[in-house]
Structure formats: structure tokens, C-alpha cells
Write a protein that binds this ligand. Structure first.
Ligand SMILES: [Zn+2]
Length: 68
């Protein structure tokens, strides 16, 4: 489909994404605590969020010039 988005993740980022979604789901469903991410996880998840945002056509900051 022409509106599909493809992201390629390394294993560490995929594990971070899984853990984050799982924890958020458990938090919403049952109020479980969310473990703060490590600095490395923050770095990987931040990159993933930026990449996904760009593929959705969103700018990552007011100064973003990645979308050309
Ligand atoms: Zn950008």
C-alpha cells in the first residue's frame, strides 16, 4: 500500500520498543510502574521516535531540515 511506512530496527532498538510498549500497556491496564530507561535506551528510543516522525512527515524540532 502506498501509505505504508517501513522501519528497519536493530535488535537493541526493537527490544527497547517492545519493552516500552509492554510496560505502557501494563501501566494503563493495571497501573504497573514504568521503569525509567537507561541512557542508552533513551538514545535508541529517541532516534527511533525521530525516524518514525520523519517518515510520518513530522518535523523533529522547529529547526528540522531533514524533510527535504
Ligand atoms: Zn528532523
Amino acid at each position: 500500500m502506498k501509505d505504508d511506512i517501513t522501519l528497519r530496527l536493530d535488535r537493541a532498538t526493537a527490544e527497547d520498543l517492545y519493552a516500552t510498549l509492554y510496560q505502557v500497556g501494563e501501566h494503563i491496564a493495571a497501573g504497573a510502574a514504568i521503569t525509567p530507561p537507561t541512557a542508552e535506551e533513551v538514545e535508541r528510543l529517541g532516534s527511533l521516535l525521530q525516524d518514525l516522525g520523519h517518515r510520518l512527515g513530522r518535523t523533529c524540532s522547529p529547526y528540522c531540515d531533514h524533510l527535504v
